[in-house]
Design a protein around this ligand. Structure first.
Ligand code: NA7
Length: 865
């Protein structure tokens, strides 16, 4: 008996979308014994592959990898016919999967969900559809895809054209026949690049309107690659496991070859191999640094441009097809079959919209600034409101009626790309903030579905009914997603990854670029730590272990992993001589730091003999005077020298426009406390007295230091004050040692694993000063008189045992009336801010340091004077 229409049906879960993610979600939810309803506005399964039926539509990940792995029998029964299967074959595959698992019975096709409202008292979602149906469910799961909401044709007059109009994203099922027609294609993303060669085969005339030239490499399609099939035959499970724990969702050994240092022959060889292979992850892996270093990226980009120039006969067209306004990879690169060669056909023409912008679409064609074109058909290959479009359009309102559209107006905010605060029991598969479009989608889909299924199972086992991220966890994840993007070149491009293709959309980096492997690790950790950052409630009680799953800068984490893998002995187990040798060895291959105008070495008369110094003069005309910064290197009074901090000194010099004089002081254990501090004091006196000879401006002198160097810098300021001169304009203290009290919380929190450990700091103190001396302000400047000291800039890093004493010094100086700028090096360790050109995320912190140094010298002549 049918239920009366007025009584809403209840389901444990409602899923929107019956593509790759929706189908697998349904399968897993059924496995859990949950009642499920799937809605899809399409007439059948397929999602993306149902709608995008344009000629030439194929996936751009080899189909051997673009496939479900959850069903080993399915894998045996289905064989892909090509390296990159066509849309009809992928659609056929999804139909096969739906039939094999009898999934269709729970799917309502040709039904769009029109709204969803969270009913707080009932702890249920109320879902309405365009068929006037209302259903209730506990869990609402969006399997709506990342590229499913077509972008509206934002071109003047788009509605006026009287001929045939096609959208690649909504291609008619009966196909299109362009024989004998004059056809326009607008858009040269993947859809345009795949369809243009095939449309050209039929059309009498084809005109392509290109706004942005795109990078594309030949797919070299054909049978599935034999080596890949062999690997799968030999060990399917191992292969799939490797995919799950790879960076992109396809097994691939990340290269460590740097574009900037590789020889020309290595560059060519690596590029040609990737070109021949015809795979996106291959061409994105020519050099380890091509995604972060503009110079390296340009090497690959130029090689691709050369290929385009050699494929296209007309030099002007070739040049217009060469992408020059974005770094390679920062917009989704394409795979093609004969795309560039198509422009050699006499009836195919390219219109460069940068030079000849469209003024309007007219009734019978397109008008550019200087030409009128008549067409029989216009094909829009203009892309999607990616990643957020379909979610926002679904009219979802969570707790207190807050809509997703309102919440995400400044850009999407999610925890793990899976959920968003204020929307209990609302899951997004491959949502913004997850690897999704930067990865092999099928691997990311399976990971998300498995995570959600496991979460729901755990909740059921624990008697929990609602789950929602906390504001803290979500803000932390959003920050991490942006931090990961910020160290790459991706945010520089006007791409749909940045929301830049849709007018008015906030510019935010949408996907997670930290890697499928790192992402999976984070999701697993969250689950293993009692669902860290989620609030859960139900008859089983309420629980919330609040926190942030990733707060370290991603490149800092990479450096730590790299160092850990070296298996070096802990420094504190070595002799001072061996520790110095180890430090020198690890610095051997690092980048040199920025160019400066001039570097000269000299000696200073110290209290007990000469002290070596190295002077860095900024670039600019010779002879000009600059402010002077006397700098002291780090190394716990035991390690370090002029070489150890050379890249940092260059960086400080370049950023501040000051002459930097780096002074080596006497080291412990050979010469103990207070030698280092007294040397620093003497160096400041000497630099002031010799300012003119050093190229400095008399009276414009600051001191600076890192770690123990910052300790002696701070002490030098106190001693100088006591000696009534000279005048010091400012003190820059980067992660300073200012106290010998090792009981502050940062010592415990960061005791181990961040290079400067608590044990190592103890070793430094033991080498430097007797316990009886450690309370002396000359060892622990925090304990000194702080009145009348120069303005300070103090850098405190999150993952540094010394963090809290740095902050304490800033507070104490402030209390003593000293102007202080406290710079928090978010997500950094004691050493990472100083790793110039290694830890990219340190650059903004050093930019602040440079600004602080310049601020010390308000009357300084600008650099170059
Ligand atoms: P894309 O990659 O977003 O490409 C859309 C193209 O359309 C791109 O070249 C756009 O230029 C162009 N476009 C968009 N709007 C306009 C207007 N108003 N005027 C002229 N040109 C315009 O979408 P696809 O469908 O090709 O591919 C999407 C993804 O699907 C693809 O990356 C694969 O992952 C699968 P723009 O670059 O914005 O200047």
């Amino acid at each position: 008996m049918n239920k009366p229409a007025s009584v809403p049906e209840h389901f444990d879960a409602v899923v929107v979308g019956a593509g790759f993610s929706g189908l697998y979600m349904l399968y897993r939810l059924r496995q859990l014994g949950l009642s499920v309803k799937v809605f899809d506005s399409a007439g059948d399964v397929g999602g993306t592959w149902y709608w995008n039926r344009y000629p030439g539509a194929r996936c751009d990940i080899p189909t051997t990898d673009y496939t479900y792995s959850f069903d080993p029998e399915l894998e045996k029964e289905w064989t892909w016919s090509e390296k990159y299967a066509t849309q009809p074959e992928i659609l056929e595959y999804l139909r096969f999967v739906a039939d094999r698992h009898g999934l269709r019975s729970d799917i309502e096709f040709s039904t769009a969900v029109t709204s969803a409202r969270w009913d707080e008292p009932a702890k249920r979602w109320r879902i309405t559809t365009d068929r006037g149906k209302e259903v209730r469910c506990r869990y609402y799961i969006m399997a709506t895809g990342c590229l499913s909401m077509p972008k509206s044709p934002d071109i003047e007059g788009a509605g006026r054209f009287a001929g045939q109009v096609y959208f690649t994203s909504r291609w008619p099922h009966e196909g299109a026949d362009f024989t004998g027609q004059r056809v326009a294609v607008i858009g040269t993303g993947s859809s345009g690049i795949q369809s243009i060669p095939l449309i050209a085969r039929q059309a009498r005339q084809l005109t392509v309107f290109q706004r942005t030239a795109n990078f594309s490499i030949p797919a070299h399609n054909g049978p599935a690659p034999a080596d890949r099939l062999e690997q799968l035959d030999e060990g399917r499970d191992a292969y799939r496991h490797a995919a799950r724990w790879s960076r992109g969702g396809v097994p691939l050994e990340p290269t460590d070859v740097l574009g900037v240092t590789a020889s020309e022959s290595v560059r060519q060889e690596r590029f040609e191999t990737a070109w021949e292979q015809g795979e996106l992850f291959g061409i994105l892996n020519v050099f380890a640094d091509q995604g972060v270093n503009p110079a390296s990226n340009d090497i690959v980009a130029e090689m691709i441009r050369e290929k385009i120039r050699s494929a296209v006969k007309d030099p002007e067209t070739a040049e217009a097809l060469c992408p020059k306004d974005h770094y390679f990879g920062t917009k989704r690169p394409c795979l093609d079959t004969g795309y560039f060669e198509t422009y050699n056909l006499p009836h195919v023409r390219l219109v460069d919209l940068r030079k000849h912008p469209i003024v309007s679409i007219t009734e019978d064609g397109i008008e550019t600034a200087d030409e009128s074109f008549g067409f029989d058909a216009i094909v829009y290959a203009t892309g999607f409101d990616a990643m957020t479009g379909a979610l926002v359009a679904a009219d979802v309102a969570g707790r207190d009626g807050l809509s997703l559209e309102e919440k995400w107006a400044p850009g999407p905010s999610t925890y793990l790309g899976l959920m968003t605060a204020g929307f209990p029991n609302f899951f997004m598969l491959t949502g913004p903030g997850s690897p999704s479009v930067l990865s092999n989608m099928t691997v990311s889909i399976e990971q998300h579905v498995d995570w959600v299924a496991r979460c729901l199972e755990d909740m059921r086992d624990e008697g929990l009914e609602t789950i929602e991220p906390t504001a803290l966890a979500e803000a932390g994840w959003d920050q991490h997603v942006q931090d990961c993007g910020a160290i790459t070149l991706y945010p520089t491009a006007n791409s749909w990854y940045m929301g830049a293709n849709v007018p008015g959309k906030p510019r935010v980096f949408l996907p997670y670029i930290g890697g499928v492997d790192a992402y999976r690790q984070a999701c697993d950790e969250v689950a293993a730590q009692d669902y860290l950052g989620f609030r859960m409630t139900g008859p089983g009680g309420a629980r919330c272990r609040d926190g942030v799953v990733r707060s370290m800068q991603p490149d800092v984490a990479m450096v730590l992993e790299f160092v850990a893998a070296l298996g070096l002995p802990p420094m504190e187990t070595l002799s001072a001589a061996d520790a110095r040798a180890l430090m020198a060895a690890t610095a051997e291959d690092r980048p040199p730091g920025p160019e400066v105008g001039e570097v000269t070495d000299g000696v200073i008369p110290g209290p007990a003999g000469d002290l070596p110094y190295r002077l860095y003069r900024p670039a600019g005309p010779p002879g000009g005077s600059r402010p002077l910064v006397v700098y002291f290197h780090g190394g716990g009074w035991v390690l370090g020298n002029l070489d150890s901090d050379d890249p940092l000194c260059r960086d400080l010099c370049a950023r501040s426009g000051a002459v930097v004089v780096s002074v080596n002081y006497r080291h412990a254990p050979e010469v103990r406390f207070p030698a280092a501090a007294l040397d620093a004091f003497a160096a400041v006196q000497w630099a002031d007295a010799n300012a003119i000879e050093l190229g400095g401006i008399p009276g414009q002198l600051a001191v600076a230091g890192w770690s123990a160097g910052a300790n002696v810098a701070a002490v030098a300021c106190q001693l100088t004050r006591d000696a009534a001169g000279p005048h010091i304009c400012g003190q820059l203290l980067i992660c300073p040692v200012v106290d010998s009290d090792m009981t502050r919380p940062s010592y415990e929190e960061n005791a181990d694993g961040y290079i400067l450990t608590t044990a190592l700091m103890r070793w430094f103190w033991d080498h430097y000063a007797d316990p009886a001396d450690r309370g002396d302000p000359v060892a622990a400047p925090l304990r000194g008189d702080l009145q009348g000291l120069p303005p300070a800039c103090i850098v405190a890093a999150d993952f540094d045992p010394l963090r809290d004493e740095g902050v304490a010094y800033a507070r104490a100086l402030e209390a003593a009336g000293v102007p202080v700028r406290l710079t928090r090096a978010r997500g950094h360790t004691h050493t990472s801010v100083t790793m110039v050109d290694v830890v990219i995320s340190g650059a903004p912190v050093r930019a602040e340091i440079g600004e602080a140094l310049r601020d010390f010298f308000p009357s300084a002549e600008p650099p170059g004077m």
